[in-house]
Design a protein around this ligand. Structure first.
Ligand SMILES: Nc1ncnc2c1ncn2[C@@H]1O[C@H](COP(=O)(O)OP(=O)(O)OP(=O)(O)O)[C@@H](O)[C@H]1O
Length: 478
């Protein structure tokens, strides 16, 4: 947080006047309060980066005000002014959390020096904050991009090419393909590392609020604007702004966005001052913007401005080779998040996952794995642990659904048996499956053994032998 907004509270008008003039000259935005009470109410409605408070004021005294401010606005730096330089005053002020202390009459240079020091400290603490976030980002599971398939290799190549420049990137791809993940990767691999990454979803915010969210507003700009507010552009200054679902941005706002991108300056709603901004834009959409341009729903000039470098993310069903590594990654992440013990995915389940079409892309896969990890009693996930996918399978995939069903039944039955006492479990289980299977097909073919053998894919003689050993009543089919 850089220092921009300063409150000066002193009951002496001349001090207020001198400080206000000097600070405004330096480019700060300055508000003035005559006493402690007024100062507190201004704090509550405006909030400040720095406050210069007289220690003795009518109403609330400076030190009490300091305590209150510390409690309510711990981020604000407070400089206390006092007429007498007693050690007690200085110690009290510093002990109560003042940032610094000035004795009147003071030289304006002394205040300048304090502000400069505070400014630097704020910048350093800002950078530390961002670096901390980055470290968390980089080391948290959430930010790794998984997948080495050919289409992803292409994505990585472009990512590497654009990361170190400031070019605008348009990321396209179906919902859940990882567009935001890529946007973050661009930022965290750029020189803007250490500066903010700010994301805004243009589709999730009602159109009448979107402008305000992007560009901020001044106090009183509209009914209910009781406070000044920095927009996303300002928040992202020096860093990257991720405009998600850009295709949903209303046309009027597209014009304003284009101007901001061209002029690199913004004006808060209800404000008159323009502010220079230095923001890298990464936009994303799951719509076909070229089509929107043709339909006149998206400005062509803005499209070209955003689409300097396009990155198109493949749908998950176009990179099924990545499914095993994604599954492994999400299994590990779910285990960590849910605090469950290590779980693996069986070959059969993996093949089921590979056959699914994944309309919700990586997000859907992530959710499916999470649910299975949470609900499955097994250490190895079986197809039956993905009931939603089983019921979606059709045709040749039905065997998978059957397998899931059998697995569940078998597990239940075996749980009730004393396995030590059985000497031919394998044979016994196979018989139990063979018998109903042959029976069902015999019923369907009305006892036609030739057809039944064909459907089962076994030799007629083998079928005959099985009917005999399993004592199946051919006529009744049971
Ligand atoms: N390649 C990947 N490796 C690891 N996780 C991924 C990958 N792609 C996507 N994810 C995960 O899938 C989820 C969805 O990704 P993300 O939000 O980036 O998708 P999106 O394309 O921006 O979606 P939407 O269009 O719906 O906003 C996130 O939890 C993300 O971490």
């Amino acid at each position: 947080m850089a220092i921009k907004r300063i409150l000066v509270a002193d009951d002496e008008e001349s001090i207020r006047w001198v400080l206000s003039r000097a600070l405004k000259k330096k480019g700060f935005s300055v508000d003035l309060a005559e006493d402690g009470k007024q100062a507190l109410s201004m704090f509550r409605s405006n909030g400040y980066d720095l406050a210069v408070l007289d220690i003795k004021m009518p109403g609330i005294q400076g030190l009490d005000l300091l305590k209150q401010v510390q409690e309510e606005f711990p981020e604000t730096l407070v400089v206390i002014m006092t007429a007498e330089s007693t050690m007690e005053n200085a110690v009290m002020a510093m002990k109560n959390g003042a940032y610094d202390y000035l004795t009147k009459p003071f030289d304006l240079d002394a205040l300048d020096a304090i502000i400069l020091k505070a400014q630097k400290a704020a910048e350093v603490s800002d950078q530390i904050g961002h670096l901390k976030e980055e470290l968390q980002e980089q080391y948290s599971f959430g930010r790794s991009i998984i997948g080495n398939s050919q289409p992803m290799q292409e994505v990585y190549k472009t990512l590497g090419r654009v990361a170190n420049s400031d070019v605008t990137v348009l990321v396209t791809g179906e919902s859940g393909t990882g567009k935001e993940l890529i946007a973050r990767a661009i930022h965290f691999n750029s020189q803007r590392l250490g500066k903010p990454f700010v994301a805004i979803n243009c589709a999730a915010i009602p159109r009448e609020l979107l402008e305000n969210e992007l560009f901020g507003h001044e106090r009183g700009a509209f009914t209910g604007a009781t406070d000044r507010k920095a927009g996303k552009f300002e928040q992202a200054n020096g860093g990257t702004l991720f405009l998600d679902e850009i295709g949903d941005m209303p046309l009027e706002l597209q014009a304003k966005l284009l101007r901001v991108l061209q002029e690199k300056e913004i004006t808060r709603t209800g404000g008159s001052q323009t502010m220079q901004i230095d923001v890298r834009i990464v936009a994303a959409t799951n719509q076909n913007i070229a089509e929107l341009v043709e339909e006149k729903k998206f400005r062509e000039d803005l499209y070209y401005r955003l689409n300097v470098v396009p990155i198109s993310l493949p749908a998950l069903n176009q990179r099924k080779d990545d499914i095993p590594s994604l599954v492994e990654f999400f299994l590990k992440r779910s285990q960590e998040e849910l605090g469950v013990s290590a779980i693996e995915c069986s070959k059969e389940a993996l093949s089921l996952l590979k056959r699914h079409n994944w309309p919700g892309n990586v997000r859907e896969l992530e959710n499916v794995i999470k649910r299975a990890t949470l609900l499955s009693p097994n250490h190895i996930l079986m197809p039956s642990d993905f009931p939603g996918l089983l019921s979606n399978q059709s045709g040749k995939n039905q065997d998978e659904s059957l397998e899931g069903l059998v697995a569940r039944k078998l597990e239940n039955s075996l749980a009730q048996m004393d396995l030590q006492e059985l000497d031919n479990l394998y044979e016994m289980v196979l018989h139990q499956v063979e018998r109903p299977l042959i029976n069902i097909i015999l019923q369907q073919t009305r006892g036609n053994q030739v057809r039944t053998a064909e459907i089962l894919g076994i030799n007629r003689n083998t079928l005959r032998k099985k009917i005999k050993t399993l004592e199946i009543d051919v006529k009744r089919g049971s």
